[in-house]
Design a protein around this ligand. Structure first.
Ligand SMILES: NC(=O)C1=CN([C@@H]2O[C@H](COP(=O)(O)OP(=O)(O)OC[C@H]3O[C@@H](n4cnc5c(N)ncnc54)[C@H](O)[C@@H]3O)[C@@H](O)[C@H]2O)C=CC1
Ligand SMILES: O=C(O)[C@@H]1CCC=N1
Length: 293
């Protein structure tokens, strides 16, 4: 294992061992993104879950990563990794971290993906000072289009900051934010892909209901969402301005937007993002209670 430099230079990522403690959808999204972008080799990545050996075998054969199945292999993997990603559900976090804290040491960088769990709670759970990057990624990391918010504990060195940022930049864009803002990031971009999928489900259902084939409704919806996101990015124009260009006075788009307003669309989005952020805080508070018990 490599000792991470405390200087302000980015370590050679290819020399580092990473392990994902928790091997669900978010861990897989990051692993796939990292490998597809050639950031490291599969042999340098370890993954483990609670007890689903079939899932570990599937991940090992799909990506060539090391899947730890026995308790001994899991412990060795955690002990020998330079970067340990915490990727279990919030409800499992306290117990899972307490179980392995004696295997971990301050030479490692802890990268938490866990919604709501604060750096302070994680420090309590670890029981010793360790460098921590608390992150809020999203599943679009799978295809290199993730959006990740990151905050750091005070003990994180400049080189570790660069490292965490580089790992997530490899799978999309990153925003370094003050820790309390990570809840907002959760409400916006962590949960955000689900909002867009929900919108797409509704559009496809509407198109089908009004007579299009399911396939045509689906293809037209996908291209519309893809085109709209690319337009915002490629033109640099505000979404409001781009919307204005679609909306002819007294035309069909205006009629549709009026319907959205009747159902208080903007208010619904604000309420949804706010509620997601609140829920993340609730889950964090639950972990904090379990950390102290
Ligand atoms: N799915 C998403 O879009 C996002 C998820 N997150 C966060 O990522 C974390 C993981 O979420 P998902 O991947 O969706 O969950 P998931 O349920 O798909 O995966 C959780 C994994 O943790 C493992 N696990 C649970 N307890 C364990 C233990 N004691 N020892 C070892 N492994 C254990 C499970 O076996 C499973 O492999 C959560 O904390 C979530 O808040 C963050 C951003 C986005
Ligand atoms: O739903 C959740 O709790 C996680 C956090 C953000 C996206 N998925």
């Amino acid at each position: 294992m490599t000792t991470l430099s405390t200087s302000g230079t980015l370590p050679d990522i290819h020399t580092l061992r990473m392990c994902f403690y928790g091997a669900g959808s978010m861990a897989e999204a990051i692993v796939r993104g990292i490998l597809d972008r050639g950031l490291t080799e599969p042999e340098r990545i370890g993954m483990m879950n609670r007890q689903n050996a079939e899932r570990m075998n599937e991940l090992s054969s799909r990506y060539g990563i090391n899947g730890a199945i026995t308790a001994e292999d899991k412990d060795a993997m955690l002990r020998e990794s330079d970067i340990v990603f915490l990727a279990m559900k919030p409800k499992d976090a306290a117990e899972a971290i307490k179980r392995v804290r004696d295997l971990l040491h301050p030479g490692q960088l802890i990268v938490s993906l866990i919604a709501g769990m604060t750096i302070s709670t994680l420090e309590t759970l670890l029981g010793k000072p360790m460098p921590i990057a608390r992150t809020m990624p999203n599943t679009s990391s799978t295809i290199g289009l993730g959006a990740t918010g990151i905050s750091f504990s005070t003990s994180v060195s400049d080189s570790q900051r660069l490292l965490a940022d580089a790992l997530f930049q490899a799978v999309g864009l990153t925003a370094i934010v003050e820790e309390p803002m990570l809840e907002v990031v959760t409400g916006l971009s962590g949960s955000g892909p689900a909002y867009i999928y929900y919108m797409m489900e509704a559009m496809i259902a509407a198109g089908s209901k009004l007579g299009l084939t399911e396939e045509a409704a689906r293809e037209l919806t996908i291209q519309t969402v893809l085109g709209a996101a690319h337009m915002v990015k490629a033109t640099g124009e505000d979404p409001a301005e781009l919307r204005r260009k679609v909306t002819s006075p007294n035309g069909s788009t205006q009629a549709a937007i009026e319907k959205f307003d009747e159902y208080r669309f903007t208010e619904a989005v604000l309420a949804a993002v706010t509620r997601s952020a609140e829920r993340a805080m609730e889950m964090g508070a639950d972990i904090e209670r379990n950390a102290k018990s």
